[in-house]
Design a binder for this molecule. Sequence first.
Ligand code: AMP
Length: 596
Amino acid sequence: MEPAQAVTSNGNGSYDYDIISWFDSVSENAAMFQRETLHRILEQNYGVEYLKKWFEDIKIQEMDACALESLYTSLVPLASHADLEPYIQRIADGDTAPILTHQPITTLSLSSGTTEGRQKFVPFTRHSSQTTLQIFMLAAAYRSRVYPIRNGGRILEFIYSSKQFKTKGGLTAGTATTHYYASEEFKIKQEKTKLFTCSPEEVISGGDYKQSTYCHLLLGLFFSYQVEFITSTFAYSIVQAFASFEEHWKEICNDIKEGTLSSRITLPRMRKAVLDIISPNPSLASQIEEICEESQALDWYSLIPKLWPNAKYVYSIMTGSMQPYSKKLRHYAGTLPLVSAEYGSTESWIGVNLDPSLHPKDVTFAVIPTFSYFEFIPLYRQEQDWTSGAVDFIEDKPVPLSQVKVGQKYEIVLTTFTGLYRYRLGDVVEVAGFHNGTPKLNFICRRKLILTVNIDKNTEKDLQLVVERGSQLLSKYRAELVDFTSYADVVHQPGHYIIYWEIKGDVEERVLGECCREMDASFVDHGYVVSRRTNSIGPLELCIVERGTFKKILDHFIGNGAALSQFKTPRCTSNQMLLAILNVCTIKRFRSTAYS
Ligand code: AMP
């Protein structure tokens, strides 16, 4: 069952009611909808090469959904992206046989790759855009219950398409967000919600994020009184946009005053599209100038509600690896609500935030049981296990959505309409509760261990907590952490962790030394503590990098085809290019005195 009528009905009010009641009914019968979803996926793709290996003689059409579910999970093995890669590569190279799906795949998405270090191809179909539209509409309906917005307003969206390109076999490839911004569904969303993005398509798909950011800001300010909320896919993009605003506000004001466009915008299509929209508005320009002059003296605190007086909230993904940016976002937003956006991946959307007023730390995502077939691998952390090397968690047998338990951590496994079968997503989530019959998930972290030297095991979340502790001292000195990453140095003996910080503000060396000690002492992983005590892991090293270093890292990724909309700073790296940038830009080094 799809919320088809809901998506096409008119008017915000009745639409909201329709889509929320649709979700209530699918979440109440989540287990049944999950079985039905699996049945549909397998029926649609019966006989494709990948499934044939296990389903050769089985008449799916004649089986009931319950029996099919247990047969499927007992016959088809769990798979990683590496297992599916040869199949996806053949599709990319132009093999048109039904390899993963019967529906021909004409588009491939690139996952951002910044968390795994390497971009991966994932099939993209119309279904992917349709579910994006559905989850956006559903989330908007829940948001508007708490923060009603006016029809006919605008959204300041810091969104960016990457360049689409053709694979060897002629398929269109690009990031999932890029495909979505180019899709019919993106237009439908604006028409149905009667809320329009400030920037035209030429700005979104310009391909140069610096020029796009400038134009997003300019147009957002030009329409400032109409803006109902400010958004981006990941919180990083909003923080990045306001950092750029701090630099360019005078130029932007001048463009608003004169109805001109700075010469830094060189892309002809983008120039024309923006110039077609703006016209001179000297009184708005002087209001903005006044606000900026005052705000600058307050280090830009509460800038957003001052510039956009009708904005109701800031809406973006602020959980997981985006959590470190929520502090800066809070600073720019003042008392304006911050609303955490939905949980999904290039492979599939997963869950919706039903409680927009929750603090980003407490946000949960209710799984949508019609989007994909979800399984959950129970994970147990073995604190005392010294023998398991780099194994982070002990796993149990995957369970279906209906059997997950509150308080238990799981890795998500997906079976999608786009031809991924029992695909391990690599995300760790915890079940926080239920909405009707569907679980509400807390995002914990990426599964992959990011810091490990020998018997120690630390995930992105562990690092995040340690950095949060260590950087608390900075605020006393009116300084702040801009960004961070890490590296497990096993080349030099004994191996040790290196944490790179970019900070804003002047901090005495003594204080930075203390931050370094505090981080070292804050890792609670038993393997790390024991190894530090015996010096089989050396003292933690804190490297302070010069201002702008993380911008260089962003530029490095963008230069390699990543899109700003999906960018996530890698929290740990062994990438030689990145390490070269970090090491060249290091201006101070500290070694921890903890455990000495
Ligand atoms: P990608 O497909 O590369 O754009 O990234 C998808 C990944 O981003 C997911 O697998 C998660 O690790 C992360 N992610 C997406 N949405 C959220 C969210 N709401 N909170 C935390 N992490 C998220």
